[in-house]
Ligand binder design. Structure first.
Ligand SMILES: Nc1ncnc2c1ncn2[C@@H]1O[C@H](COP(=O)(O)OP(=O)(O)O)[C@@H](O)[C@H]1O
Ligand SMILES: [Mg+2]
Length: 382
């Protein structure tokens, strides 16, 4: 019976025996098969003949400490065969004691888990590759965000350039008026007409106050604010139109704003920036297409969940081959000194990232409509 058990174990496992010094005294056929050594080559050798160089000393120390203190040692061990190939074995080392409780020898029973370990290693490698890919993707994402940030500022700078031109435009007329007023004031003073001097003085002060107001409007508009708070959409539209008012007048554009006061949460001057970009584009198109009757209609509406702002112009429409590309960064049909191609890209980004909303466009033969949808947050509903 015992012999049968022994045979069964020997046939199905890799067995070796060593003396207390780790010198091999017995190996079965399975051991020879997996290690590539013959019995003669193994007997009388130290067991570390199959030791793999990857296995650290600490692991051996642990093994010896365990079995020398008469405990059973269990571990998965990496070994090296005679031809240099690696194999993994699940190992159990049992110290055999004599009747005086002294260690007589060690029996090691192992089974081959090389395939499993290779799968495991391959899996770990794949996992590592995936992690690497993930890291790479994250890096790209950050880079992309940085790029968008740069474009955002480029667009601000571009509109700042436009704005400066606009300020100059806004100031030209009052400067001339002021010049004339001072001249007249001097004349009146020389003639001693004190009433006239007073009136002219007030007029001059008014002009200066207006110019100063224009300046404030501009600098408020470009103040980089990131605070999100409730603001009135119509006011932010009015701010944008105010900045453009001279241009609107000099290009004889009729602007109708329809819709009642609605508040949303976000950065107020970012919405103004969007409206400004859209109106500026409409004006550019009116001029470029030589339109005589120039009308822009801005409709503000709200339903249960969202606010919509529709801006429509009759400036000639957008050609079908272009309409799919207008939101792309740097896409422009204007001369490079005029167009940056960033206005719509940034505007769409503000709607999506700043307001968690959307921006779409429709264009028929002569008209273009931009549709902005912004979700109304809890507490923002009236
Ligand atoms: N209201 C509009 N009517 C006609 N074309 C428009 C209008 N708005 C935008 N476009 C087209 O979309 C392009 C991209 O606009 P935008 O991103 O603001 O860049 P830019 O104004 O610098 O060209 C414009 O060059 C123009 O061809
Ligand atoms: Mg533009």
């Amino acid at each position: 019976m015992l012999n049968l058990y022994q045979e069964a174990i020997e046939k199905s496992n890799i067995i070796s025996k060593t003396d207390v010094n780790g010198v091999i005294t017995f190996v079965n056929d399975e051991f020879c098969k997996i290690s590539g050594y013959t019995k003669e080559e193994l007997i009388s050798q130290k067991h570390n003949i199959v030791r793999h160089p990857d296995v650290v000393d600490a692991k051996f120390k642990d093994l010896w400490q365990t079995i020398m203190s008469k405990n059973i040692y269990k571990a998965t061990v990496k070994n090296r065969a005679k031809d240099g190939t690696t194999f993994f074995v699940n190992t159990t080392v049992i110290p055999i004691l004599n009747e005086n409780e002294v260690i007589e020898e060690f029996v090691a029973i192992r089974y081959d888990v090389t395939k499993e370990m290779f799968y495991k290693e391959a899996l770990e490698k794949k996992e590592e590759e995936l992690k690497e890919l993930n890291r790479h993707l994250k890096e790209e994402l950050t880079k992309n965000e940085e790029k968008q940030q740069v474009m955002f500022w480029q667009s601000r700078l571009a509109s700042l350039g436009e704005m400066l031109a606009n300020i100059a435009h806004q100031w030209r007329q009052p400067l001339t008026e002021l010049n004339l007023t001072i001249f007249t004031l001097k004349k009146a003073a020389l003639k001693g007409k004190m009433n006239e001097v007073d009136a002219l003085y007030c007029e001059g002060k008014n002009i200066i106050q207006n110019m100063s107001q224009t300046m404030d409007d501009f600098s408020n508009f470009f103040k980089p604010s990131k605070k999100r708070y409730l603001f009135n959409v119509n006011e932010s539209i009015a701010d944008a139109l105010n900045i453009l008012d001279r241009l609107i007048v000099s290009e004889t554009i009729e602007i109708n704003v329809e819709g009642r006061d609605i508040v949303v949460v976000g950065v107020s001057n970012e919405l103004s920036q969007v409206i400004l970009n859209l109106v500026k584009n409409s004006i550019d198109a009116f001029v470029q297409n030589d339109i005589t009757q120039r009308v822009i209609t801005i409709k503000v509406e709200k339903n249960m969940q969202e606010l919509s702002i529709e801006l429509e112009d009759n400036a000639g429409g957008i050609q079908e081959k272009n309409i799919y590309r207008i939101f792309e960064p740097y896409f422009t049909t204007k001369h490079t000194s005029v167009g940056t191609g960033l206005g719509l890209f940034i505007s769409k980004m503000i709607c999506e990232k700043g307001f968690y909303g959307s921006m779409d466009v429709k264009s028929h033969t002569d008209t273009t409509t931009f549709i902005i949808r912004l979700p109304l947050e809890e507490g923002a509903k009236i």
